[in-house]
Design a protein around this ligand. Structure first.
Ligand SMILES: NC(=O)c1ccc[n+]([C@@H]2O[C@H](COP(=O)([O-])OP(=O)(O)OC[C@H]3O[C@@H](n4cnc5c(N)ncnc54)[C@H](O)[C@@H]3O)[C@@H](O)[C@H]2O)c1
Length: 262
């Protein structure tokens, strides 16, 4: 099936490690040019080099999605390099699993800044350009936590629920301009450590919670009895971004082995 992505120009925010890296590389395999916006510039450069090796333009831009000026600069860099932006993926995310009553405010603030403000900033930075061109596709990475309210992930779940509602509202307002917005919700998708930079969740404290034993327990909650891979998520994102999903907008797709069914 031709997805019609050859020659398209894509920005993947948080595109350097794990799920974001798999998304960036799959777009490149489909012959789209990809700008990797990530605050881990070392890992972003590595992913951009791997994209270039696939025969398309791979560009890295140090970006903090919580910072409006930084996000605007990255979009301007994409426009300068590519001439247009067809697709934006808001993948940057961060969480620290703790009971609501135990969490320090600093962690809530970081979760809200990255998971919700990061997506607002990304959409706002490209939407005028997409309206002008009367086309565009924006995929934001949610989480099954945002659909069902996951234990030990209260504020993170609230942010991801916010991403789902934000996406629907912006999709309603801008469908008339040919712009589609959708959300892909992973379930537990462990990082392959050599695909993860220093700022990846899978190199930090959060990863220690998801021990091999905890991952085995999690599998039992999934009807398919297996966890997701970054490539599973990338397949859904690339499809939803493509012309094959041209009549799909405002939707939320879980890629989580059936963990949530909504
Ligand atoms: N992996 C999972 O189990 C899982 C489950 C549900 C949802 N998700 C969501 O999937 C997305 C990717 O998760 P992952 O597991 O690949 O995480 P990850 O930590 O491995 O990758 C996240 C990427 O975003 C970047 N990033 C974080 N904050 C940033 C910021 N402020 N500005 C720019 N870049 C920033 C990181 O450097 C990293 O490259 C996130 O939105 C996450 O919430 C993941």
């Amino acid at each position: 099936m031709d997805l019609g992505l050859a020659g398209k120009n894509v920005i993947v925010m948080g595109g350097a490690s794990n799920i974001g890296r798999a998304i960036s590389l799959l777009f490149a395999e489909e012959k789209a040019n990809v700008l990797v916006g990530d605050w881990d510039d070392k890992q972003a450069e590595k992913t951009a080099a791997d994209i270039t090796n696939l025969g398309v333009k791979g560009i890295a831009a140090k970006t903090d999605v919580t910072n409006w000026d930084s996000v605007q600069d990255t979009v301007q860099k994409g426009l300068g390099e590519f001439g247009s932006i067809d697709i934006l993926v808001n993948n940057a995310g961060w969480a620290m699993d703790r009971l609501f009553v135990d969490k320090p405010r600093s962690e809530w603030e970081q979760e809200v800044s990255i998971n919700f403000w990061g997506v607002i900033n990304g959409i706002k930075a490209v939407i005028d350009h997409m309206i002008e061109r009367k086309q565009g596709s924006i995929i934001s990475i949610g989480s099954d936590a945002g659909r069902m309210g996951e234990y030990r992930e209260a504020v993170y779940a609230g942010c991801k629920g916010g991403v789902i509602a934000l996406t629907k509202a912006v999709a309603r307002e801008n469908g008339r301009y040919g712009i589609r917005l959708n959300v892909v919700c992973p379930g537990l998708t462990p990082g392959k450590i050599d695909e993860c930079g220093d700022k990846s969740l899978w190199r930090g404290e959060e990863a220690q919670i998801f021990t091999p034993e905890a991952q085995e327990r999690a599998k039992k909650a999934y009807p398919l009895r297996k966890l997701g891979t970054p490539e599973d998520i990338a397949n859904a994102v690339v499809f939803l971004a493509s012309k094959r999903a041209g009549h799909i907008t405002g939707q939320t797709l879980s890629v989580s082995g059936g963990y949530t069914m909504m």
